[in-house]
Design a protein around this ligand. Structure first.
Ligand SMILES: C[S@@+](CC[C@H](N)C(=O)[O-])C[C@H]1O[C@@H](n2cnc3c(N)ncnc32)[C@H](O)[C@@H]1O
Ligand code: SF4
Length: 400
């Protein structure tokens, strides 16, 4: 079955702005995101730096198109004062323009202090909230080192519903000792709440985290791969039956409720990143340009104040890497990868995609092609990396 492109999307590949807020109240033991615990945050200084870096990005990398999405990610953006969020949205509108149906998402943590900010965020222009519930079981939340209980998560969801029509939650599975029946109950409970978008991530042990140190000492924190694959399959089945099919490997939505900002990443569209450790990517000179800013909040602030931007690295990816990015991201999507549109963007795809491997993978039932669109089959989903290795001739992507 062909999955239709998301309806109501003003610019198919989109033009997004990502804003990184790098602070959290506490560092979770599994998390390797660029997040820091700080006693004092100089909000006016950050506000000025965000606006300055946005002005630099708009002058250098604006596409002339209005933004189809803004995404406040973190860290914990729900710790930002609402007036800081409102100021950033106003500046983005002045510099880039906002599409009439612009999607503005903020990530939030379910602790009561942050949940109290929801009204201010909605008034600032945020129209989609992504709440880091992680688990609806207290034992899961304790294991994950979260600062909130399951009841607090439910209360935050209840509050969020008053302010945001579009609401998403994050859940983490494959914790050790989790049973398949317990997990099925947990996702059914989430579905019963009427949530229309869920990001469901398999717990991974990332270098540099507390979980990584504990795992290296021999502690078992995750379940084995076979068991995790069973939970993955159960998730897909229950969500699809409930009308929230997986539109991406870890993301489920009622049709029309997909996260348009993340679709811009997966469709290898253009986006700008602002704030410490933010990334941006855009089509440029027949390939792709990648930008990354300084990760340390203090160094980022200093550089923005002296140079007008915190950019640390600029990558110029050639066509081979650009095609690789489009395939690696696009094949994660249920809608697949529009090869015809890709050949409009980049010259001679056959220099970069092994067409014999393409035909072989289709014959083996790992890929399916329909009306110029290539997608991974259910069987292929389990071996996506192998498929990419066979398909791609020239890529070094990801190059950082
Ligand atoms: C930037 S973080 C979260 C935002 C927010 N600060 C929170 O914790 O609720 C985005 C999401 O990535 C997921 N995540 C982070 N580290 C993970 C890991 N090691 N394994 C699986 N999921 C992870 C979590 O579900 C988290 O909500
Ligand atoms: S999971 Fe969220 S709250 Fe926890 S450290 Fe990472 S970004 Fe911060």
């Amino acid at each position: 079955m062909m999955v239709q492109p998301v309806p109501g999307h003003s610019l198919e590949r989109g033009f997004g702005l990502y804003i990184h807020w790098p602070f959290c109240r506490a560092k979770c033991p599994y998390c390797d995101f660029n997040s820091h615990v700080a006693a004092d945050v100089d909000y006016p200084r950050f506000a000025a730096a965000f606006n300055r870096e946005m002005a630099h990005m708009a002058a250098q990398y604006g596409t002339g198109r209005p933004l189809s999405s803004l995404f406040f990610g973190g860290g914990t953006p729900s710790l930002m004062p609402p007036e800081l969020v409102a100021g950033i949205i106003r500046t983005a509108d002045d510099l880039f323009g906002l599409a009439p149906d612009v999607e503005i998402t903020a990530e939030a943590n379910p602790t009561s202090a942050e949940a109290g900010m929801f009204a201010g965020f909605a008034a600032a222009g945020v129209n989609r909230l992504s709440l880091g519930v992680q688990s609806l079981r207290d034992e899961g939340l304790v294991f994950l080192g979260r600062e909130h209980s399951a009841d607090e998560a439910l209360a935050a969801l209840g509050q969020a519903e008053h302010h945001f029509r579009r609401l998403s939650i994050d859940l983490i599975y494959a914790r050790k000792d989790q049973t398949i029946d317990g997990w099925k109950d947990e996702i059914r409970q989430a579905l019963d709440l009427g949530i229309t978008h869920m990001s469901v991530y398999q717990l991974t042990i990332e270098p540099g985290t507390v979980f990584f140190t504990r795992a290296r000492r021999g502690e078992v924190l995750t379940m084995d791969d076979d068991h995790a694959a069973d939970l993955f399959e159960a998730t897909n089945q229950i969500m699809a039956e409930a009308g929230l099919p997986a539109y991406e490997i870890s993301n489920h939505a009622k049709p029309g409720e997909e996260c348009r900002h993340n679709l811009t990443y997966w469709r290898a569209g253009d986006w700008i990143g602002v704030g410490p450790g933010a990334h941006g990517r855009m089509d440029m000179h027949g390939g792709r340009r990648g930008l990354a800013t300084r990760r340390s909040p203090a160094s980022w602030l200093e550089q923005v104040e002296t140079e007008g931007h915190g950019i640390e690295t600029i990558l110029e990816d050639g066509t081979g890497d650009a095609v690789a990015e489009a395939l690696m991201m696009g094949l994660r999507l249920a809608e697949g990868m529009d090869l015809a549109a890709l050949s409009d963007r980049f010259d001679d795809l056959t220099l970069h995609i092994d067409m014999a491997a393409h035909d072989r993978l289709i014959a083996n039932g790992l890929l399916a092609a329909e009306a110029g669109t290539l997608r991974v089959t259910r069987q292929g989903r389990l071996v996506l990396n192998r498929i990419l290795a066979e398909l791609l001739i020239t890529a070094t992507y990801p190059s950082s």
